[in-house]
Design a protein around this ligand. Structure first.
Ligand SMILES: Cc1cc2nc3c(=O)[nH]c(=O)nc-3n(C[C@H](O)[C@H](O)[C@H](O)COP(=O)(O)OP(=O)(O)OC[C@H]3O[C@@H](n4cnc5c(N)ncnc54)[C@H](O)[C@@H]3O)c2cc1C
Length: 295
């Protein structure tokens, strides 16, 4: 393997890649721009016995340790190609590093519907498949339109799998267990009038803007909805809206959003999470579990 081609940096400050805006140092760092980069960096990590961590848009990760003792791979692999189509639908191959915002803009432009309710979802296609990210009005999951995908498996081989492989569920895909790398997905999208797709995208975005804090440093919903009950409701009814520890606070607009005012330290966040969990447990006898990936 030509490892000399892999530009790996050490002890790199990667704080700016995370929407929560806490301080994060990567022990090793690599930027992947192609399918081959993703395969080769996995090979390299096995060869050097360094655990690998794939970073998409960093919008669902809270780094509480301050340092990632991993080979962090920032996924900037961009590819979007219509591979088959008829008058009603199109099969589109989309790379994992593709930003969801750009994907929606492109699909509106091409008159392809299927992703538009995720308008406003930060991050990449890979992260959205890993989390099976969702939207509730109407209930839509990011994995809904996936037909098949290419993954890099544990031994660094490229493998093709179909949708069933992912075992998609609420906040879940099999990648959370296998830690395989999602490289590309083939999605089936429906042809529609651009204005209609745009209307649905705008509806989702304006609903998001009225119900969630927008343009702030956050990971989105921090906790999973236990048994379908809204975690935001439980936190709100525990009297915690606006509650602040250091630089971190519970949003006044949506109580499941934890926001960093810019000065937040990891210790503040840890304390705030503990208080939220204890108060909700005390009041409702419900144990909140994080939706966000904690590192
Ligand atoms: C303002 C805001 C609003 C949000 N709204 C929503 C919402 O409406 N619905 C919702 O579900 N979530 C929401 N989120 C959470 C988050 O944006 C989503 O979960 C998003 O899809 C994560 O994508 P990402 O690329 O940022 O993943 P990251 O945060 O970078 O990574 C998340 C996990 O996925 C893994 N991963 C990333 N790429 C790959 C890959 N190619 N292969 C294998 N594993 C990979 C990472 O290793 C990590 O474990 C919101 C977050 C914010 C900040």
């Amino acid at each position: 393997m030509k490892t000399f081609q892999l530009k790996i940096e050490e002890n790199k400050d990667i704080s700016h890649f995370f929407t929560l805006k806490t301080k994060v140092i990567a022990r090793y760092f690599f930027e992947a721009k192609t399918r081959e980069d993703l395969i080769n960096i996995k090979k390299y990590s096995l060869e050097k016995k360094i655990p690998i961590f794939i970073l998409g848009g960093g919008s669902n990760i809270a780094v509480l340790s301050g340092k990632l003792d991993y080979l962090v791979v920032k996924n900037n692999y961009l590819k979007l190609e219509i591979i088959d189509e008829n008058e009603k639908e199109a099969k589109v191959l989309i790379s994992s590093g593709y930003p969801v915002s750009l994907l929606i803009a492109k699909s509106i432009d091409k008159g392809l519907g299927g992703f538009e309710y995720h308008q406003g979802l930060p991050g990449t296609v890979g992260g959205a498949i890993y989390m099976n990210s969702k939207w509730t009005k109407p209930l839509t999951y990011f994995g809904d339109n996936l037909i098949e995908a290419f993954l890099v498996d544990k031994s660094s081989s490229l493998k093709k799998v179909n949708r069933d492989y992912f075992n998609f569920a609420y906040d879940y895909s099999i990648l959370q267990k296998t830690k395989e790398i999602f490289v590309e997905g083939v999605f089936l999208l429906k042809k529609d009038k651009k204005e209609e797709i745009k209307k649905r995208a705008n509806f989702a975005l304006s609903y998001r803007k009225t119900t969630q804090p927008y343009g702030v440093a956050t990971c989105g919903c921090f906790f999973q909805n236990p048994g379908g009950v809204s975690a935001g409701y439980l936190i709100d009814k525990s009297g915690l809206k606006g509650f602040k520890v250091g630089g971190f606070y519970v949003s006044q607009i949506h109580a499941n959003f934890i926001v960093n005012d810019g000065s937040g330290k990891k210790e503040d966040l840890l304390k705030l999470l503990e208080i939220i969990k204890n108060k909700v447990k005390e009041k409702f006898n419900i144990q909140l579990e994080e939706e966000v990936v904690i590192m």
